[in-house]
Design a protein around this ligand. Structure first.
Ligand code: CA
Length: 225
């Protein structure tokens, strides 16, 4: 599950990010409205946490711009109660949920999970490649009827490959999508996780759905037998 946190209070942002990472949610942080909008427009997040008072562009404007651009990622607003807006404004302006600072971290996590389960106005579709299915909302992966249990990183790698099924996806692309937008870690990490995935989604079923494309990356194919 990928989270975009748009928050200009650095101490709070760091604490929330650390906590969400520990919950297996991969979190990118933007510290201004424009930076948050730019990341949000990529549409690659499962949920957005938007502070309201932000430098450059306030959270309401960011949310409205996302919706106007057709991005329906669920949005949870954060507000210090002393702001000039209130909860009613938040829902009018396209929020899916709302938390007042200071909030309890477990409550935040529960709300985020609920939002992702519920999905945005357009719930993300179940991804399907051959008899392999992945439901971004419930995080369930199946080969045929067999449920497969994946770690958060494995799930992220598979989801990325399934979104680009039939296409060659570079290791760097996977690194940036699943680990961190600015990850400069080694390609080996991706190789290791692709190895884990093959042992879970392919080997037990006698499949070879994740192809290695030499010098280029990986391609997920829906080979039927
Ligand atoms: Ca703020």
């Amino acid at each position: 599950m990928r989270v975009l946190l748009v928050e200009d209070e650095q101490t709070l942002a760091r604490a929330v990010r650390r906590g969400l990472d520990a919950e297996g949610m991969l979190t990118d942080v933007a510290a201004t409205g424009p930076a948050g909008l730019e990341l949000g427009l990529s549409g690659t997040y499962d949920v957005v946490i938007l502070d309201i008072m932000l430098p450059g562009r306030n959270g309401y404007d960011v949310c409205r711009d996302l919706r106007a651009a057709g991005v329906w990622t669920p949005v949870l607003f954060l507000s210090a109660k002393d702001g000039e807006y209130d909860e009613v404004d938040a829902f009018d302006l396209g929020a899916d949920d709302y938390l007042t600072k200071p909030f309890s971290f477990p409550v935040l996590v529960a709300r985020l999970r609920a939002l992702v389960r519920r999905g945005g106005i357009e719930r993300p579709a179940v991804l399907r490649v051959g008899d392999l299915t992945l439901d971004p909302a419930t995080r369930e992966v199946r080969r045929g009827e067999v449920r497969i249990s994946l770690s958060p990183r494995e799930f992220g790698v598979l989801q990325h490959l399934m979104r680009h099924r039939g296409m060659v996806v570079s290791k760097l692309d996977i690194l940036q999508s699943v680990w961190d937008l600015h990850h400069d870690g080694s390609d080996n990490l991706v190789e290791v996780y692709v190895g884990y995935l093959r042992r879970k989604i392919d080997a037990p079923f006698g499949r070879r759905s994740i192809e290695t494309v030499r010098g280029a990356g990986y391609r997920l194919v829906g080979e039927e037998r």
